[in-house]
Design a protein around this ligand. Structure first.
Ligand SMILES: NC(=O)NCCC(=O)O
Length: 379
């Protein structure tokens, strides 16, 4: 049995008179629970996923509130089902949850990394996994999301395995951003590709070439830092430098590898860069037809280990929502006040005190062939 959720465990075992103080220290300011319509609750019960909603504390004046939706999910069909059936099943499942999100007032909705496929990159096999790749501009998944975005007046972030027809059909790990009007605003690619444990993604695609672009939407300025990019503080920083108010981190990661890092990295980024960050991870265990090894001398195996969900939102003042479940599909709805980004920037002044010019120069020097580390030794 997988452990369900850290917050529920704290609530169960910390004496009630101390719980509020423990939560304040661990999670920041208290987030109010959001109430949803009967319609949304009924649909949620029928579909069998966790629905959680929070209102994060905002500015003292001039609030600019929007609602963010994050969806985490298991694979729907087994990994050996025909590719089209798997993709259709993902469309149906996530489409149903997106519909509930619309009834919860969500303005910007983000799915998990490579949401239309199992996370098959551990296998290092090309077929059939490359068949999940599609055009970011007009592939079936983008078209499906365009319809939803228009119907629900919602910005949708759709992270997919992209096949780039204009460049020899190369593959990329890409997030497509679709405006609330249904227009494809653009795409952004994963900047840092993992070579750790079973995450052998460099077998399939290269480091992204779209930089740190930020998308201006009617609901605010957003950017996407895909999965492994969350280990790179400069990657987070550059989205902030380009003016992002919310940075989404659609991910796929397993407990044995990264779970202690998960609650820290996206939250630190929100604090350091005066923006909201949204960490999304898939759930469940995915089993593949053929055995693969992890290159660690241990026996070959067919599964990836447990993807631990735990999706959450962190605010620029360090406050964070509780995480979704470690085991269930879920929709996390969070009301945020985007004007808090400027208010916290004015208060803490990390951007003003950052000394970027000093680091730009030092970093440039450190990449030169003749670079020597600046270490003072006793003579
Ligand atoms: N999908 C992905 O980049 N995973 C790498 C492992 C991690 O960053 O935790």
């Amino acid at each position: 049995m997988e452990f369900e959720n850290i917050e529920k465990c704290l609530e169960k075992y910390i004496p009630s008179e101390e719980l509020a103080e423990v939560q304040r220290i661990l999670y920041g300011k208290q987030c109010k629970k959001l109430e949803f319509s009967e319609n949304a609750k009924e649909r949620n019960e029928n579909l069998g996923f966790e629905l959680a909603g929070y209102e994060m504390p905002g500015t003292t004046s001039k609030p600019r509130r929007i609602r963010i939706g994050l969806i985490q999910n298991k694979i729907v069909l087994p990994t050996n089902a025909p590719v089209k059936d798997q993709v259709d099943a993902f469309h149906k499942r996530i489409g149903d949850i997106a519909d509930v999100a619309s009834h919860c007032g969500v303005n910007i909705l983000c799915f998990q990394e490579a949401w239309t496929m199992p996370f098959a990159f551990c296998t290092r096999e090309k077929v059939p996994w490359t068949d999940f790749a599609e055009s970011a501009e007009d592939g079936p998944t983008t078209k499906y999301c365009q319809e939803m975005a228009k119907r629900y007046n919602m910005v949708i972030i759709s992270p997919i395995l992209e096949r780039d027809g204009a460049h020899g059909g190369t593959l990329w790990n890409t997030a497509v951003v679709i405006s609330n009007t249904g227009v494809v605003l653009g795409k952004t690619r994963k900047n840092h590709i993992p070579r750790v444990g079973d995450f052998n993604e460099s077998t399939y695609y290269m480091e992204g070439n779209t930089g740190h672009r930020v998308f201006q939407t009617v609901y605010g300025k957003i950017a996407i830092n895909i999965c492994y990019g969350r280990h790179h503080p400069l990657n987070w920083m550059m989205y902030g430098v380009n003016g992002a108010e919310i940075v989404f981190n659609p991910s796929a990661t397993v407990g044995a590898l990264s779970e202690p890092m998960w609650p820290i990295e996206a939250r630190c980024a929100a604090i350091a860069n005066h923006y909201y960050s949204c960490a999304i991870n898939r759930v469940g265990t995915e089993t593949f037809p053929n055995e693969f090894t992890s290159g660690d001398g241990k026996p070959a195996h067919k599964d990836f280990g447990h993807f631990y969900g735990s999706s959450y939102v962190a605010a620029p003042d360090g406050t964070r929502t509780p995480g979704l479940s470690r085991t269930q599909d879920g929709l996390l709805v969070t009301s945020v006040d985007l004007n808090l980004c400027q208010e916290i920037s004015d208060k803490w002044m990390f951007r003003a005190t950052a000394r970027h010019e000093m680091y730009a120069e030092s970093l440039k020097e450190s990449t030169q062939l003749e670079f020597k580390q600046d270490i003072i030794k006793e003579k």
